[in-house]
Design a binder for this molecule. Sequence first.
Ligand code: ZN
Length: 169
Amino acid sequence: MLEDRRRIQTAVLGDAASEVPLLLPLEAIEVDAFRREHVGDTFWCGLLLGGCGGQLTTKLYTDRVCHFAHRPDPDGLPHVCGRRARDVSSADHLYLKAAAQAWLAGRGESARFTFTQPDGLPVGSLLDIAFDRAGRALRVHLDPAITPVWSDEAVEPVLGIRCPSTTTP
Ligand SMILES: [Zn+2]
């Protein structure tokens, strides 16, 4: 099955500013289950996904990959969305934050999470985690375009799966 890069596979739940990520399954049978699980829910082209904040619907196909799609504009014109990251990994930063928060809560700890955006880079490129107790911080790298800083003793870099541990010339 060929994957069209323009298809939207991730959304957020409830409203445009939501931090709750959703991943739409690719196969029709799984999308059917997804729809049953989310009866009454709304899906959005989330601002924290670099999206336009528009509402999305699910598109179920049996002959190609299922995906989210924008609702048509009220004026009938094609909806314009400048969101760049649409693939299955585009909500990784939201999943990461949710998982880290849950893990910390289970240990009776907490942290401040920031989706830091260096100049010109999309939201989700970095996730900064400042631990409330230890006074230390992690910077999770999710975009290989950002070079980690290893010399800062207060902030320890963590490399995401797509970020190489060595820089190639
Ligand atoms: Zn959008």
